[in-house]
Design a protein around this ligand. Structure first.
Ligand SMILES: Cc1cc2nc3c(=O)[nH]c(=O)nc-3n(C[C@H](O)[C@H](O)[C@H](O)COP(=O)(O)OP(=O)(O)OC[C@H]3O[C@@H](n4cnc5c(N)ncnc54)[C@H](O)[C@@H]3O)c2cc1C
Length: 275
């Protein structure tokens, strides 16, 4: 009998448990470039032979990075199915270059946190472990109107969505950042209209500039597809504004809580389904 094919269950057989989902093995990567993009954004290039075969899972996909614990110069290699590392955080593979085994990741320097603190001091040769990728945003191939609403943590995700849009589409983009110094050119084959919204350094105001801008937008196309990614409570408020006040059907909106005020390591799968 083929050992991978289970025998037909007899009535007395207990139901077989679902096969455990295997996580991809962690990949050891090293910092090969650190670029200061703006006061609060660092682009860090990670490279290494173990990146062989790594490919992002569509626009706005994610990866996991494991940072050193206090006192460590290099994180411990996690066991593939062992406990999750405490200092593991979620980031966006902004650019992946398989030919040179490189991934670019843009980090917001928001203050204290294993990821942000590490990124602020990142140096060539430092080691992290990388896991993933995880799935991103499924673009509706038929849609021509897109509204992308995001804060700085989701700016890399927005850039990957813009890169995937066809020339026949148009995208209205609202981006909340700490200050005007964070603005950068955005590129897409689609027609773009971009509004940068400086929030100031008070993270407690997260989402307020986006809310104001959304309220003063001219009518949103009835069939617009909306990607909304920012602080978790702000995402819920903005989605409610879109559905309850602006009449957008809920199934046209994908909401993602990318971080949460006063919460360490907010989960990577917060779609706001509880709201
Ligand atoms: C799918 C996905 C993709 C993401 N991609 C990116 C990316 O490409 N670049 C990026 O910078 N972030 C990205 N994020 C957000 C990032 O995972 C979080 O910001 C994460 O909490 C940072 O970890 P930390 O160790 O710096 O802070 P944590 O230890 O998690 O948190 C410490 C404190 O910092 C606060 N905090 C965390 N993040 C922010 C923030 N952005 N602004 C203000 N305060 C914050 C928390 O509320 C908490 O009080 C992504 C999140 C998801 C879910």
């Amino acid at each position: 009998m083929n050992p991978t094919t289970p025998a037909d269950p007899s009535p007395s057989d207990a139901p077989s448990p679902a096969p455990a989902r295997k996580r991809r093995p962690p990949r050891r990567v090293e910092v090969s470039r650190v670029e200061v993009l703006s006061p609060a954004m660092r682009r860090i290039t990670l490279t290494g032979a173990e990146l062989e075969g790594f490919a992002p899972a569509g626009p706005a996909s994610y990866l996991k990075l494991i940072f050193p614990e206090p006192g460590q110069t290099e994180p411990t290699r996690p066991l593939p199915d062992g406990p999750r590392a405490v200092s593991m955080r979620t980031y966006t593979p902004l650019a992946v270059r398989p030919e040179t085994l490189e991934v670019d990741v843009d980090f917001v320097l928001h203050g204290e946190g294993p990821a942000s603190t590490w990124a602020a001091q990142a140096k060539l040769g430092q080691v992290l472990f990388l896991m993933g990728p995880g799935p991103g945003y499924t673009l509706d191939a038929e849609a021509t109107q897109h509204l992308l609403i995001a804060d700085d943590s989701a700016l890399p995700a927005v850039e990957t969505i813009l890169a995937a849009l066809p020339a026949s589409a148009s995208a209205r983009v609202l981006l909340e950042v700490i200050s005007a110094a964070e603005e950068r050119p955005l590129h897409s084959a689609a027609q773009l209209e971009v509004t940068w919204l400086p929030r100031g350094s008070n993270h407690r105001a997260a989402g307020l500039p986006l809310e104001q801008a959304l309220r003063s937008l001219p009518a949103i196309a009835a069939d617009a597809r909306i990607y909304l990614a920012c602080e978790a409570a702000a995402m819920r408020r903005l989605r409610k504004l879109l559905t309850d006040e602006l009449g957008i059907p809920r199934n046209q909106i994908v909401g993602r809580g990318y971080w949460k005020l006063d919460e360490v390591n907010h989960p990577d799968h917060d779609y706001g389904d509880d709201s």
